[in-house]
Design a protein around this ligand. Structure first.
Ligand code: FES
Length: 365
C-alpha cells in the first residue's frame, strides 16, 4: 500500500541534523546517500513520491544548500531516506558529497518539499509514463515504485535518456522494477553517446523522436499522468511532443534539474515601485518590511526572517512557494509551479518582484 499523501495544508519547512547511514556509489560521478530518520522525526519526514530534500553542512545556516530528490518509495513511516547526488562541474557541495561524505557523518536536511510527483492517491488502474534525462531518474524511481507497489493494476512506462551506460544512475534499481513487475513496467533506455544492445535507441531524444516514439509505446491519450524530469531542453521537447499529441497540460508534471544550458528564456530586468513593502506570514508569525530596489521578495524576507524556506533560488525547486494574498508580483522565471498552482495564486518568492506598493505573501498555506 502507498502511504496517505500529507495533508493539503503545508507543513513548516525545518532543518534537522540527520546521520548518514551509508553512501553507495552509483556511477563514476554519482552516489546514493541514505539518511537515518529517528522515530521522533518520521512524521516530519513523511513525503510524497517525487519530493526532494534540501541539504546543507552542519552549522550551515545561511550557507550553501542544495536540493536532491528522494529515490525511495513513499512510505508512511520513513526510517530511512535516500537521495541521488551527481557531481556537477564546479559544484562544491556535490563534490563534497561524492568524494568526502561517509557513513556516520551528519548533514542538516530540510523536511521534504516540492510539488512534483503524485499529488493525490491514484484511483486505481491506468497507465503512467515518464520521460527522464540523467539524474532526472531519481524522483521518478520513487514515483514508479510507489505506483506499481500500491496499485496492482497500474502500468508504468519509463523512457530514459543518458549519455552512456556507465553514466546511467540507478541501473540496478530500475532493473529491479522490471524483475518485480515484468508485465506492468516497461523500460526504454536511450543513450546519446553509444548504441544500446537493441541498437535502435541511440542518439539524443528530441521532439521529433519523442513524437514518433511515444504513441508506439503507450496509448498516449489514456495515460493518467506524465512525469517529465531532467534538463530544461529535454523536458521542453517532451512537453511539446505530448501537447502536439493532444495531452492536456494538467496531465503533464514537470521538474527541471538544469536550466543553464542556454535553452531557457532570458530573465527580464526587475523594476519595483519606489516604495514597495512586503508582508509575509511564516510559521504562524507575520512581519512587514520595505523591499529594496532590485531584490526579490525572498531576499527581503530573508533579511528579516532567516527561516524563510528556499533551496535553489533559481526558480527550479519550488521550496520558496508562497500564496499571494494581496497585491501583484512579477516573476523572473518559473520552472517549478504548475499552471494550476499559478492560477490558484501561488508564486515563487525567489523569483518575485513587487508590481504594486503592497504585497502580502503567506508561506504557511
Ligand atoms: S528557492 Fe527554488 S524555486 Fe525558489
Amino acid at each position: 500500500m502507498t502511504a496517505p499523501a500529507p495533508e493539503a495544508t503545508r507543513r513548516r519547512a525545518a532543518f534537522h541534523a540527520l546521520r548518514v547511514a551509508r553512501v553507495t556509489p552509483l556511477t563514476e560521478d554519482s552516489v546514493a546517500v541514505t539518511f537515518t530518520v529517528p522515530p521522533a522525526l518520521r512524521e516530519a519526514y513523511r513525503f510524497r513520491a517525487g519530493q526532494h530534500l534540501a541539504v546543507r553542512r552542519p552549522g550551515g545556516n545561511g550557507g550553501a544548500r542544495r536540493t536532491y530528490s528522494i529515490c525511495t518509495p513513499q512510505t508512511a513511516d520513513p526510517a530511512e531516506l535516500t537521495v541521488g547526488v551527481r557531481e556537477v562541474t564546479g559544484g562544491e557541495f556535490s563534490a563534497y558529497v561524492n568524494r568526502e561524505l561517509k557513513a556516520g557523518d551528519t548533514l542538516e536536511v530540510m523536511t521534504p518539499a516540492g510539488r512534483f510527483g503524485l499529488r493525490e492517491e491514484p484511483r486505481g488502474g491506468g497507465y503512467w509514463a515518464a520521460v527522464v534525462g540523467g539524474s532526472g531518474i531519481t524522483p521518478v524511481l520513487s514515483i514508479a515504485a510507489t505506483l506499481l507497489a500500491g496499485d496492482e493494476s497500474a502500468r508504468f512506462c519509463l523512457i530514459r535518456s543518458d549519455r552512456t551506460a556507465l553514466s546511467t544512475m540507478f541501473l540496478e534499481e530500475v532493473a529491479d522494477l522490471k524483475d518485480r513487475w515484468p508485465d506492468r513496467f516497461h523500460l526504454v533506455q536511450t543513450l546519446s553517446r553509444e548504441q544500446t544492445e537493441a541498437g535502435l535507441e541511440s542518439g539524443r531524444l528530441d521532439e521529433e523522436r519523442l513524437a514518433a516514439l511515444l504513441p508506439a509505446l503507450v496509448p498516449v491519450a489514456d495515460v493518467a499522468g506524465w512525469f517529465l524530469c531532467g534538463p530544461y531542453g529535454l523536458v521542453q521537447c517532451a512537453e511539446r511532443a505530448l501537447r502536439t499529441a493532444g495531452v492536456r497540460r494538467g496531465r503533464i508534471h514537470e521538474e527541471i534539474f538544469h536550466v543553464d544550458d542556454g535553452t531557457a528564456p532570458p530573465v527580464p530586468a526587475a523594476t519595483a515601485p519606489d516604495r514597495a513593502a512586503v508582508t509575509a506570514r511564516l510559521g504562524g508569525r507575520s512581519g512587514s518590511w520595505a523591499v529594496r530596489q532590485g531584490e526579490t521578495l525572498l531576499e527581503t524576507v530573508l533579511r528579516n526572517r532567516a527561516d524563510a524556506p528556499y533551496a535553489c533560488k533559481g526558480g527550479v525547486c519550488g521550496t520558496c512557494r508562497a500564496f499571494l494574498v494581496e497585491g501583484e508580483v512579477r516573476m523572473d522565471r518559473n520552472f517549478a509551479l504548475e499552471p494550476d498552482e499559478l492560477e490558484a495564486g501561488y508564486v515563487l518568492a525567489c523569483q518575485s518582484h513587487p508590481v504594486t506598493e503592497r504585497v502580502e505573501l503567506d508561506f504557511d498555506r
